[in-house]
Design a protein around this ligand. Structure first.
Ligand SMILES: Nc1ncnc2c1ncn2[C@@H]1O[C@H](COP(=O)(O)OP(=O)(O)OP(=O)(O)O)[C@@H](O)[C@H]1O
Ligand SMILES: [Mg+2]
Length: 450
């Protein structure tokens, strides 16, 4: 006889408990445990032993990548979609997930392969409106369906090359009893689609909503399940969107795709440095840092504002910068470089709504803050990169040559770099051993105030 087990699962972290608790024992969040029914019919499958294969004999022809036709998306995926893989695309509401994936499906369909869109959120007519706006998506097959069983059956029968599920939170398996979007439903949908994707060779892309904290809704188990997790980020007030891989079983995770939202859909920006690295000459508190995102160096304008405050705990606010990193740079500036910031608020912003994670951008942040604090502008045509250590010493950055080549391409003639960096082309390099030396070299001596 079927035995139904009641379990309480945390909607944030996926931890389970036998009874309801106000606070999740796993992640400590309050009010996140929800009731779920788990059916168990007591049947056991008898697995027969199978002969393993020799790895060298495995056929790899099927692993050839499938270009989606959206160059920036292909770059982030590591050169295109891998057949039979499962990709999760997360992003805030309205960032443009459906738009991006419809363009990709349109391009796949135009190349003569079948592309299927399963829409659970929008009606077929609404998708048609978007397709008209984007253009070139007439050949995409579309299915408005939320029942998991029939989505899987359709995939098995149609075997499209690429299938997009928009979104995984709308899928519903009747036998589970819990509401669509709940932890159990999302997990079930992902694991069933994974099986279908592997068996039928369909490259499946799941669209996932993100919670207010920016994590893909549903438990983290979803991230373990899929082959690739892409995060689509963007600022409501900027037309630029950044796509990055959080996890990728088939490629690097630090590739970055940059798009611009236009009325004709998302347009790839092949040269983001020109967009984000442009500074206006003579501005105090603006520095250009060279960060490396995957295989691509990117120039970013970093702006800083330092203003006197009477607060006992001055503010350190960073947009696009890790707050811990910012606090460390402010401390090193004060302790080792003679830039006192103890009674000043420090605001740092990376232009264009981009987020930087790379330590080699430290020097750019520090120079922007030093420039703002001393009210002295940074020398014209100067870029910089280097990681700052807690002792105030600069550490060399990887792939300096590629960074310098990007600077030269964008018209920068000089750069401040950590000592030991090899010269490149016509770039004038100032090698600095410490942060103090870098600040001395970077700030415009003519206007020095100390
Ligand atoms: N005519 C238009 N011109 C310019 N931009 C537009 C136009 N129509 C829609 N957009 C942009 O497209 C965005 C919506 O894109 P899309 O529906 O792909 O987002 P989404 O991430 O799928 O959202 P959701 O999570 O709600 O499904 C809007 O925020 C808007 O910026
Ligand atoms: Mg959408």
């Amino acid at each position: 006889m079927a035995k139904v087990v009641v379990q309480f699962t945390c909607s944030e972290c996926g931890a389970t408990a036998g009874r309801w608790l106000g606070r999740c024992p796993g992640c400590g969040a309050f009010g996140t445990l929800v009731e779920e029914l788990h059916g168990s019919d007591g049947r056991h499958s008898n697995g027969a032993a199978r002969a393993p294969e020799r790895l060298g004999d495995v056929e790899v022809s099927e692993a050839a990548r499938l270009a989606t036709g959206v160059a920036e998306l292909d770059r982030v995926l590591g050169g295109g979609l891998v057949p039979a893989s499962l990709v999760l695309v997360g992003g805030e509401p309205g960032v443009g997930k459906s738009t991006l994936l419809l363009s990709a499906l349109g391009a796949v369909a135009r190349s003569g392969r079948q592309a299927l869109l399963v829409t659970g959120e929008e009606s077929v007519a609404q998708v048609r409106l978007r397709a008209d706006r984007l253009g070139g998506a007439e050949d995409v097959s579309i299915l408005a369906e939320t029942e998991l069983e029939s989505v899987c059956a359709t995939l098995e029968r149609e075997r499209p090359a690429v299938c997009v599920i928009d979104s995984v939170q709308t899928l519903y398996a009747a036998e589970l009893g819990s509401a669509p979007g709940s932890v159990a439903q999302v997990r079930e949908a992902a694991s069933r689609l994974l099986r279908v994707a592997k068996e039928s060779g369909v490259a499946t892309i799941l669209v996932g909503h993100v919670t207010k904290d920016g994590a893909v809704a549903g438990p983290r188990v979803l991230e373990h399940l899929v082959d690739c997790v892409l995060q689509f980020e963007g600022d409501r007030y900027h037309a630029h969107r950044v796509l990055r891989a959080v996890k990728n079983r088939f490629g690097s995770t630090n590739e970055l795709g940059v798009f611009e939202m236009t009325s004709a859909g998302l347009v790839g920006v092949p040269d983001p440095s020109a967009l984000f690295g442009a500074t206006r000459a003579g501005e105090v508190g603006a520095a250009v840092a060279v960060a490396l995102e995957g295989t691509r160096p990117i120039l970013l304008e970093i702006q800083a504002l330092v203003s006197r405050t009477d607060l006992a705990m001055p503010r350190r606010v960073g947009t696009g910068v890790d707050p811990k990193r910012l606090a460390m740079i402010v401390a090193v500036l004060a302790r080792h470089a003679g830039v006192p910031l103890g009674s000043a608020d420090v605001f740092v912003n990376v232009a264009g709504g981009v987020r930087i994670d790379e330590p080699a951008a430290d020097l750019g942040i520090a120079l922007a803050i030093a420039s703002a604090a001393r009210a002295v502008k940074i020398r014209d045509g100067l870029a910089c990169f280097g990681e700052i250590g807690l002792t105030g010493r600069l550490r060399p950055a990887s792939q300096a040559e590629r960074r310098l080549a990007e600077c030269a391409k964008l018209g920068f003639s000089a750069a401040i770099v950590p000592e030991g960096t090899e010269p490149h082309g016509k770039m004038r390099l100032t090698a600095a051993e410490t942060l103090t030396q870098a600040i001395q070299a970077g700030l415009d001596a003519g206007g020095s105030s100390d």
